[in-house]
Design a protein around this ligand. Structure first.
Ligand code: ZN
Length: 291
């Protein structure tokens, strides 16, 4: 009898171990449904980029369309290790807003993808969570610009718009924090494909760490500043990562985007990054793309 129990226990252990090995460790929820961008084109690509790591199982929560009744939109954020926002549009119900705030405060991960930084200009906690945002009528009342000047980051409270960019252009990212798990081991400089170079973002910028910037020259429609492109915010016990790259699905083929997004979501979900730098990572001079 004892022997049989041992055998049964061993079998159960093997089954459990096999399931544990097969199942991706992190559950991720992508939220979309409204966006002045092509969310229908980017969400499936974001999902695929995450799932190909083997680290994430991804669900999608799609809101009702613009102007429709939003009262039933209540994604179960708490069931996920990380929430990725590809959403910009109508305000959510108070209950849903509070659920997201509680989720992040209690240790959840939130990832703000590209134009999601323009969402919810009038939602105080959202602005705090994302650190820096743009558009939606934002201006100096929302907080400072964060500028890289004389070898350090400073808060620039001068009045002016929040959010803007010149025409699509290739640009180089410069790592400003090589100790953070997301950027640790990345080359100091790496190229991205032609994309919108987001600038003039502003917000409360509390507990904010800029990981990488890109220089936006005036002659290409920029502010002649090193714009924060990858950054994190600690909010309560939670981790927020913002990646300003990726106007359409085409720009999501850039390995600079793919790798920083995959690493950023793992960090948001767990506080660490286990992914190795791939061989096709771009150099300081040359962007790389995947098919
Ligand atoms: Zn865009």
């Amino acid at each position: 009898m004892l022997r049989k129990n041992w055998l049964l226990a061993a079998i159960l252990w093997f089954v459990a171990a096999a399931v544990a090995i097969a199942a991706p460790p992190y559950k991720v929820l992508i939220v979309d449904g409204q966006n002045l961008h092509d969310w229908k084109g980017t969400t499936p690509v974001l999902k695929q980029i995450l799932e190909e790591t083997g680290l994430f199982q991804v669900d999608v929560a799609t809101s009702p369309p613009k102007g429709a009744d939003m009262s039933g939109f209540k994604p179960n954020f708490a069931a996920y290790h990380a929430v990725v926002s590809n959403y910009q549009g109508d305000p959510w119900p108070e209950e849903t807003k509070q659920a997201l705030v509680d989720y992040v405060k209690n240790g959840g991960g939130l990832v703000i993808f590209h134009f999601a930084c323009a969402a919810f200009p009038d939602w105080k906690e959202y602005n705090e969570m994302i650190g820096l945002g743009g558009w939606g009528g934002r201006n100096e009342k929302w907080g400072p610009y964060v500028r890289w000047r004389d070898g350090k980051f400073v808060r620039d409270t001068s009045p002016g718009k929040a959010g803007g960019h010149g025409p699509m252009q290739p640009f180089q990212l410069v790592v400003r924090n090589a100790e953070h798990p997301i950027t640790k081991g990345l080359p100091e400089k790496f190229m991205h494909v032609p994309d919108e170079l987001y600038g003039w973002l502003r917000g409360p910028a509390e507990n904010l760490t800029v990981l990488a910037t890109a220089f936006a020259p005036k002659e290409k429609g920029g502010a002649d500043e090193h714009e924060p492109i990858l950054f994190t915010v600690n909010y309560g016990k939670g981790r927020v990562f913002q990646n300003a790259l990726g106007h359409t699905a085409k720009e999501l083929k850039s390995v600079a985007f793919i790798v920083t997004f995959q690493r950023g979501v793992e960090w948001a979900a767990s506080g660490k990054v286990t992914q190795k730098l791939p061989d096709d990572f771009p150099t300081a001079d040359e962007a790389t793309v995947r098919p």
